[in-house]
Design a protein around this ligand. Structure first.
Ligand code: GCB
Length: 601
């Protein structure tokens, strides 16, 4: 691990953001793959790592070696190996890899004519879990964490013809990893998101934050960062619809900070982004070498006592939790995101909890466009090794990557640090560390975590110490499923010492779509329907309640869920089955949200 997580930042030197709007070439499509449970392509028979500086060693798979004559011994051949679709998980593409956890090598060959003074980068949307990446035999680096993007520069390595990009993807679960050994979701392996090449000029705009200044709805503030520490680079920032055109100049670090008031001389007013009106403006960044565009919405999000204020007005988060899964496989495309968010809209939601890890960028861009507020989360889930400094570095790195990628999305209102982590001093300091880290990266969003509660004399108590550090007190509770009586649920008492907004980040129960019976029969749609009715009556009366994201939009795969004929490898708490059929409880929640909307709007 020591070698694994720390060099990542050094190698990728910060992410290139807004990748869809750059000069890109897709490497998606069919890749050759070799399944390598013993890591034969990585270690010698005495388990020594092959010399990674020797780009001709015939045994190391990353060299994509081909025998030079008929007598030479070479025991692999990428070009004769089968093909697999990228992006995509390997589990649901290949029947014999359904339960596989380990190493699979991927290879893609490509040609590329890179002109002088141009730079080229290879960018991965995500690889689960660890990726070792090589181009033409040279190691580009390692990335750990299955749900965030990373990139490497390949300017000096790329050739006009027959480049070979090799990825060793390893999804073995590890005690010290994030997440660790135990989760309630499928450990989909492989290159699960887009792979693209990005071409850029010698110096280019790598990253920027452009949003409303905290506490002021008329000031747009932020920073633009170049790829290199070039001083005095002139950048024009314009937002044509608001008649804004600002000249920025970089400092010695290649950064330009800015802050300006909108409408001072023009009388133009910002139309704020909201679920009802998800207005976004075209923002253009221009240098002598480059023009970069992006649609950005402007809105404020803050809390005041128990209220959540969007653009200064109280909102109730009518949410649903979603896993990055569609039709029983890892979701990755725009079409997948559209299907999931269309159901969300149908349900009457203005909010989604993207559980339990950062989802792909398509989802965030679409939520921005359609007007759905988002809770984003890192996979600090259940039991993590809270005492290991490298585990903390890893979690922080994943947080850095998701905030870097999504900080210009108006839809993102909450960064969540963790889910249902067991109480301990080590856990507290781990989470506090994460909260502080998130705040150094972004001061404009709310911070939360899905907590657990306790019960005393029949009263539910929401008092996890970590709540002191959070803006929103969120917790999961499963009344009527893992315990507690449904009949008396509406009269249940809850209390919290925090005068902050409370959000029920999970509640729910399982039902097999199409299975019917009485409201007391587990797994029937009627049981789930009743569970929703009773829980909603209870939640309505909770102190400071300002939102909820019930568990969950659709049934999803989990190796923990083995009950034959009912679960068959799926967590059945979805309001919609994995085949897209709505269950009765869907309509209970839809009804509730309809009334809630009338009350708030
Ligand atoms: C939880 C977890 C979630 C599980 C869910 C369940 O509390 O946060 O990941 O899938 O319960 O269905 O038990």
């Amino acid at each position: 691990m020591g070698l694994v997580c720390l060099p990542i930042l050094a190698l990728s030197q910060g992410l290139i953001i807004n990748t869809p709007n750059r000069d890109t070439t897709s490497l998606n499509g069919k890749w050759n793959y070799i399944v390598d449970p013993y890591e034969t392509g990585y270690y010698s028979f005495h388990k020594e790592v092959y010399d990674e500086t020797n780009v001709t060693s015939p045994s190391a798979y990353y060299n994509n070696y081909h025998a030079k004559n008929k007598s030479e011994l070479v025991e692999y051949d990428f070009d004769k190996s089968p093909l697999i679709q990228v992006p995509g998980d390997w589990n649901t593409q290949k029947e014999n890899l359904f339960y596989y956890e380990g190493t699979v090598w991927y290879k893609k060959s490509f040609d590329y004519d890179l002109k002088e003074n141009r730079r080229l980068f290879v960018c991965f949307g995500a690889v689960n879990y660890r990726a070792d990446v090589y181009l033409n035999g040279t190691k580009l680096g390692i990335h750990e964490g299955g749900f965030t993007p990373f990139d490497f520069e390949i300017t000096s390595l790329v050739k006009p013809r027959e480049n070979y990009l090799v990825v060793k993807a390893d999804n073995k679960r590890l005690l010290e990893a994030v997440p660790a050994l135990n989760t309630d979701w499928w450990n989909y392996g492989g290159i699960t998101r887009d792979v693209i090449l990005i071409e850029e000029p010698a110096v280019f705009i790598q990253d920027y934050a452009i949003q409303l200044k905290k506490g002021d709805r008329n000031i747009i503030a932020g920073i633009v960062t170049l790829s290199n520490p070039v001083i005095d680079e002139k950048i024009t920032l314009s937002i044509p619809e608001l008649e804004i055109e600002k000249q920025l100049t970089t400092n010695a670090e290649g950064k330009a900070k800015f802050e300006f008031t909108v409408g001072q001389n023009t009388g133009k007013e910002i139309k704020y982004w909201s679920p009802e009106s998800p207005k976004r403006y075209e923002v253009i960044l221009k240098t002598d070498r480059q023009v970069l565009k992006e649609n950005i919405g402007f809105r404020t999000i803050e809390t005041k006592g128990p209220d959540i204020l969007l653009n200064g007005r109280p909102v109730f988060l009518r949410g649903i939790s979603i896993h990055e899964e569609y039709q029983g496989r890892r979701a990755f495309s725009e079409a997948d995101a559209l299907a999931l968010l269309t159901w969300t809209k149908e349900l009457g939601c203005n909010f989604v909890r993207l559980a339990h890890y950062p989802h792909n960028e398509n989802m965030l861009r679409l939520a921005d466009k359609l007007g759905v507020m988002v809770w984003e989360e890192i996979p600090v889930y259940w039991s993590i090794d809270f005492t290991d400094k490298l585990t903390l570095a890893n979690a922080k790195n994943q947080l850095t990557e998701v905030i870097t990628r999504d900080k210009n999305r108006a839809c993102v209102i909450i960064w969540s640090m963790a889910n249902e982590t067991p109480l301990s001093e080590a856990r507290n300091s781990f989470l506090i560390n994460l909260v502080n880290h998130a705040k150094t990266l972004d001061t404009t969003r709310l911070i939360s975590a899905a907590l657990l509660t306790r019960e005393e004399n029949g009263v539910g108590i929401i008092d996890d110490k970590i709540g002191e550090y959070l803006d929103i007190i969120a917790f999961n509770q499963y009344r009527g499923w893992y315990g507690g009586d449904l009949a008396t649920a509406p009269d249940a008492k809850w209390t919290t010492p925090y005068s902050k907004p409370v959000v029920v980040s999970e509640f729910g129960g399982g039902a097999k779509q199409g299975l019917h019976g009485t409201k007391n029969e587990r797994w029937t749609e009627e049981y789930q329907e009743y569970l929703y009715r009773q829980n909603l009556l209870m939640i309505e009366k909770m102190p400071n309640i300002r939102g909820m994201s019930p568990w969950i939009l659709t049934d999803f795969r989990s190796p923990r869920r083995v009950l034959p004929g009912i679960q068959d490898g799926f967590n059945r708490k979805g309001l919609i089955s994995d085949t897209g059929k709505k269950k009765k409880a869907f309509f209970v929640l839809q009804d509730f949200y309809k009334k809630m909307k009338l009350q708030y709007d």
